[in-house]
Design a protein around this ligand. Structure first.
Ligand code: 2P0
Length: 357
């Protein structure tokens, strides 16, 4: 079957793609709210930089862990009586900026389903958005799944991942549980920039401890930060050129379940991403003094023999990874640490799924 697929977040550009699993089924539209749950993720090999802004294709591949404890549940109902899309976020009407981002994303699905119906979207995070924890990953993955189903589309995991990517790059990874790899792809049209599961959550049970150091919103979001780095950081080319080596090293660490290697590659990718961001002009400094203090604290713990490492995203929180048997002792120590406001502990999570299906 040949179907029309809108590939831009901002402009109406179409391409023809063969989607054998796609079915258009208008009977689903306007009857029941379809709900989906997708979990958040953190990258061990980081995504920073876009190849094509309109298609939202990443300049580098990435490898992530799915977080069981953090998820978004989103319900979508296409309603012929609605004049425009409505969005409730955590029980409150969304801002016009948020509504319009979701509306542009729904346009992709409407185009695919051959529909013009507006939708009611209700999205709830089970974690505090103000903590600066990435919510766009789980939000756009849940929205891609719920909205495509509500529109009567049956997309494969790969097709859903491409769709979610157009909402947010990290969302492409949140369709899958366990350990996930996002491919940067080679094609100009972005049709090979999708994520796939590497190993399920039970392959290597690890725990993630999120040390919240500050709940202040960051000044520069990832989307703008990435573009600033691409345009101004003298390290950008080296970052892109060295990314395949990091991905290969991470795949090897996972295949061998080599914790020391996992720690080294993850910290290397994290620090390299932050060096790239700091060398942008003006420099992007996502860390606080507490972030730096905790980073040294984790390294000291590892030097003393605890299998543990850190990673940091575009904000001041430290994500600490360890085997489950070490988790409660680390949390106990962190709880008394003056740099830590509170902690969230998570095991590795499952695939995104439609609820009640
Ligand atoms: C990551 N981050 O790999 C990296 C590390 C933040 C730091 O993916 O512009 O919100 O929507 O594609 O997905 C955050 O970037 O950016 C992110 P867009 P997104 O997890």
């Amino acid at each position: 079957m040949r179907a029309c697929f809108l590939i831009s977040r901002y402009s109406f550009i179409y391409f023809f793609i063969s989607l054998p699993m796609l079915q258009i089924n208008d009977v689903n539209m306007g009857i029941t709210m379809i709900k989906a749950r997708a979990h958040s993720n953190i990258a061990l090999v980081k995504y920073w930089g876009k190849k094509n802004i309109a298609l939202n294709t990443p300049a580098v591949g990435s490898i992530s862990l799915c977080l069981e404890a953090l998820y978004t549940e989103t319900g979508v109902l296409f309603d012929p009586l609605l004049e425009k899309d409505e969005l409730l976020l955590n029980g409150r009407p969304a801002t016009e900026k948020e509504r319009s981002r979701v509306s542009s994303f729904l346009d992709i699905i409407r185009r695919e389903a051959g529909s013009r119906q507006a939708a009611r979207v209700e999205s709830v995070n089970n974690f505090p958005t103000a903590a600066g924890l990435a919510s766009s990953a789980s939000a756009f993955a849940a929205l891609a799944l719920a909205a495509s189903r509500a529109a009567g589309l049956e997309l494969s995991g790969q097709e859903l991942s491409i769709l979610a990517r157009m909402g947010s790059g990290s969302a492409a990874r949140s369709l899958f549980g366990g350990f996930v790899e996002m491919h940067r792809g080679r094609r100009e049209d972005g049709r090979d920039a999708w994520a796939e599961p590497l190993y399920p959550a039970d392959y290597w049970p690890l725990q993630v401890i999120i040390a919240i150091t500050s709940e202040v919103q960051k000044k520069t979001g990832s989307t703008d930060g990435m573009e600033l780095s691409r345009r101004t950081s003298p390290y950008y080319r080296a970052w892109v050129d060295s990314s395949e080596d990091d991905l290969a090293a991470m795949r090897a660490a996972l295949a061998e379940k080599d914790f020391q290697k996992l720690a080294e590659v993850s910290e290397f990718s994290c620090l390299k991403m932050h060096a790239l961001a700091m060398a942008s002009n003006p420099g992007l400094i996502y860390w606080s003094a507490a972030t730096l203090e905790l980073l040294h604290w984790v390294r000291t713990l590892r030097e003393q023999g605890t299998p543990v490492f850190f990673t940091i995203d575009a904000g001041p929180q430290l994500k600490i990874i360890c085997p489950p048997s070490y988790s409660s002792a680390i949390v106990d120590q962190l709880s008394g640490h003056p740099a830590v406001e509170r902690t969230i502990v998570s095991a590795l999570g499952p695939d995104a799924r439609v609820l009640g299906a």
